[in-house]
Design a protein around this ligand. Sequence first.
Ligand SMILES: [Zn+2]
Length: 335
Amino acid sequence: MRNEESAIQVVEDFTLPFAEIVGQDRAIQVLKRSLATGKVAHAYVFEGIAGCGKKMTALAFIQAIFCGTGAGCGHCPSCRKLATQQHPDLHLLAPDGTFLKIDQIRELQRELALRPFEARQKAAIIDDADRLNPAAANALLKTLEEPPGNAILILLTSNIEGILPTVLSRCQRLRFAPLPLASIEAWLLKKGITPEAARIAAALSGGSLQKALEIQDEDVLQSRKTFIEQMTALSLGEITPLLRGAEELAKDKEQAVAMLDLLKTFFRDLLLLHGGSTDFINCDLAPLLQREAGRFSLDEIMQRIQFISQAQQALLRNVNTRLALEVLFMRLAAR
Ligand SMILES: [Zn+2]
């Protein structure tokens, strides 16, 4: 919960016009062109990894459509209400539990059929649209084809394969690339994050601003550090703490996969060091990296990265989580 709170604090001053969105120039260009030529589609699918700016772009696009200036000024009452997602003509839908359900779609259809309150038309953003259950997706088809009152619908997804072809064929698709790491780092710095935290969070973000915001949290960075330190201290001579560590990590499989991702970056840094570079991701762990580099040959480092990947694949395949982690920890401890 802490992470979410800090993420909100960082983004709360966003007013959302296109110019403030990081690193999605291509997608924004397409949308601006459709605004300029008056060829705005009535249904879009924005696809891209979680946290790369799809929703912000959707909101900025709606700002531009609703705003009297024709561009989304970011300051008028309409733009402000959209930035805080409180505009009466904006309808936001997200899965209720695992799925987006037919009742939610029917409710949306009722809303869209009403006259707009303030804008000339209504707009809806459907988040995680790949989680529309089949009944809900089918109910949505007609609305996508002929939205009532010229409404505009924007579906967001990080899993395009999860959307029915019948839904996709009725929407204009727009791909969002993972964000450049340098843009994420620059953005974090501008928000007052320390250079070290910004550097590490950007490097570990995989191009997701949302993930970078989660990682820059002091507690998250510290637990990463502690985990990596524990992993480099594993010893076959002390089997009890090793097994206990595996048991502890096995309690949350998703978290385990994420921690192993972080551990992999440590070994990648060791590879860099072998190649004579000190341009580390884990720049706060430089002394540990220097110490560990002498202990492993290049082959041994590569092998460990492979062991970690194998363990992650095993976890994703739903094998016994604890067993997979015990095997990995033993392999890491062996030298
Ligand atoms: Zn405005």
